[in-house]
Design a protein around this ligand. Structure first.
Ligand SMILES: N[C@@H](CCC(=O)N[C@@H](CS)C(=O)NCC(=O)O)C(=O)O
Length: 201
């Protein structure tokens, strides 16, 4: 099967790191494509995912698996588990993944603003999407249970979101004033799956 990714996307990094975490490197071919904006055409990606979004997983029989939470859940099933716990804890972990993915979504809006000429930026939009990220990170900082337990898909998504926000400079240092998140990320970045997939252009 083929996993189509770019080097910078935090959603794609989550799936690439999941392949490594789950020991599926021999079964998943990573195909890197150029970074392009939503308004640019991407026939190579659109041939696989009609939405034109990456990451996307193409199975050997041509079936499509999208988007990143579904791809990780598919890989987790294939590997017999590892990133998504069974039982009640599953909902805590999947909610953390949704919160982290939501920070990526808000960051994506900020990235689009960042790419505009300064006079065309919308300060109200920037403020609203910055506040979404700040509130979410504050909540995670204040509630230790999100970072507890075995490494999981929620924590993987959070590490990818934080590293990408820093990489693109989307908000003022997201780790400043959040010591729990800062220490956790410093320890988590050493995982081979994250070390091998750092964002780059
Ligand atoms: N919800 C999707 C979001 C994926 C996404 O927005 N990917 C961006 C790159 S970071 C993309 O492909 N944008 C190009 C486009 O929308 O045409 C996921 O979790 O996979």
């Amino acid at each position: 099967m083929r996993l189509i990714v770019t080097r910078a996307s935090p959603y794609a990094r989550k799936t690439r790191a999941a392949v490594i975490e789950l020991g599926l490197e021999d079964r998943v071919e990573i195909v890197e494509v150029p970074i392009r904006l939503p308004q640019q055409s991407k026939p190579d990606v659109e041939a696989v995912n009609p939405l034109g979004k990456i990451p996307v997983l193409e199975l050997d029989d041509g079936r499509l698996i999208a988007d990143s939470p579904v791809i990780v859940a598919y890989l987790d099933d294939l590997a017999g588990g590892g990133l998504i716990p069974r039982g009640a804890d599953k909902w805590r972990v999947l909610t953390l993944e949704a919160l982290a993915d939501g920070c990526m979504d808000a960051g994506f809006v900020l990235r689009m603003e960042q790419l505009k000429a300064e006079e065309r930026r919308d300060p109200a939009e920037v403020a609203a999407y910055t506040a979404k990220i700040e509130r979410t990170l504050d909540r995670i900082e204040q509630e230790p249970h999100w970072l507890a337990g075995d490494f999981n898909v929620g924590q993987l998504a959070l590490a990818c979101a934080l590293d990408w926000i820093v990489f693109r400079g989307l908000v003022a240092d997201p780790l400043a004033g959040r010591p729990r998140l800062r220490d956790w990320l410093a320890a988590t970045r050493g995982r081979p799956s994250l070390a091998a997939t750092r964002p780059s252009t």
